[in-house]
Design a binder for this molecule. Structure first.
Ligand SMILES: Nc1ncnc2c1ncn2[C@@H]1O[C@H](COP(=O)(O)OP(=O)(O)OP(=O)(O)O)[C@@H](O)[C@H]1O
Length: 311
């Protein structure tokens, strides 16, 4: 669905050259949900803007939905939906009119556009808001309307640039619920950027970490954790020394055994069974799973959480 090869984009700023995207080769298959994560200024928006034909690459190539972004940008736009960071839609327009106008822009008849708008209002829980003005919607409703606008022309691929920024947790969960339903129904490919690590962790099948204009990691969140960070298991047992030597790993501190390892959740039951078998009583077992932020810290030396909070 997306194939880029050595994609680059440089900007000139006050005589200096800024390499915003430095040779990204990326493949996204049909039906995938991919989250692009990275600190501020990493190059995420520049990458997305090239893939959505809003910005021309300096060099390299990108095919999106089977179409080259440089030679046929109109063809790309016809096949993709893009929900940018700003809100779409005019403030004083009515919700249904906004959607129908968007459909008309893509050549739909009014009848077809109204039918499509009705479907999307149903899927995205916007029913009953048809005649409301855009400015009267809540933040969450507004963002769902933005997504509906991006989907009016049945795109095969949807780009979402920080779709949930500024939403409260309930509205975020609600929007995700709708995107999940939509994917189940239509197999739409989704590429998004987000500052919310938990969101990427829960929703994305694949996480592409971008830093300094390059892809520095590309895998599912469990794989990223196993490869780049460690889980921590703390066991409160009646004989920590014997427990540590039986498990052949871990250190004893404060009457507890502490272990740092990959796949902690999977390995903990086996450890508990071995201790039980050896007659060692376990009073409590704590699993602290590595977070995506730990992965991020290991990869970049910076915490995305702090960057996100500062953004
Ligand atoms: N039009 C431009 N002119 C000059 N420099 C630019 C331009 N657009 C982006 N840049 C620079 O390119 C780099 C990458 O910016 P980009 O906006 O792609 O990062 P980002 O990862 O999307 O950041 P954020 O999370 O803050 O949105 C930054 O150093 C930025 O200052």
């Amino acid at each position: 669905m997306i194939l880029t090869e050595d994609l680059r984009r440089t900007f000139r700023r006050r005589g200096a050259v800024v390499e915003a995207v430095r040779g990204i080769s990326l493949r996204v298959d049909r039906g995938e949900l991919v989250a692009v994560l990275g600190p501020n200024g990493a190059g995420k928006s520049t990458l997305l803007r090239m893939l959505t034909t809003l910005l021309a690459p300096t060099s390299g190539s990108a095919r999106v939905a089977g179409v080259d972004v440089v030679t046929d940008p109109t063809g790309v736009r016809r096949r993709i939906g893009y929900v940018g960071q700003g809100n779409a839609g005019g403030h004083n327009h009515r919700v249904l009119d906004e959607l129908v106008t968007q459909g008309a822009l893509y050549g739909q008849t009014r009848v077809a556009a109204r039918r499509r708008a009705g479907e999307l209002m149903e899927t995205l829980d916007l029913r009953g808001l048809e005649r409301r003005t855009v400015s009267s919607l809540s933040g969450g409703q507004r963002r769902r309307m933005d997504v509906a606008i991006g989907l009016m022309h049945h795109p095969e691929l949807l780009f979402l640039d920080e779709p949930t920024t500024g939403m409260d947790p309930q509205a975020r969960a609600n929007l995700w619920q709708h995107i999940t339903t939509l994917r189940e129904a239509t197999d739409t490919t989704v590429v998004l950027t987000t500052h919310y690590l938990e969101e990427a962790d829960e929703m994305a099948e694949r996480i592409v970490v971008v830093d300094h204009g390059e892809v520095i990691a590309d895998a599912g969140s469990d794989d990223l954790r196993a490869r780049h960070a460690e889980d921590r298991i703390v066991l409160e047992v009646d004989d920590p020394g014997r427990a540590a030597s039986l498990l052949e790993e871990g250190s004893v501190a404060g009457g507890r055994v502490e272990l740092r390892l990959a796949h902690g959740a999977r390995r903990m039951p086996g450890m508990l069974a071995r201790l039980d078998h050896a007659g060692i009583t376990v009073h409590a077992a704590h699993l602290h799973e590595a977070s995506l932020d730990d992965v991020f810290l290991a990869l970049t030396g910076r915490s995305l959480r702090e960057e996100g909070a500062a953004a």
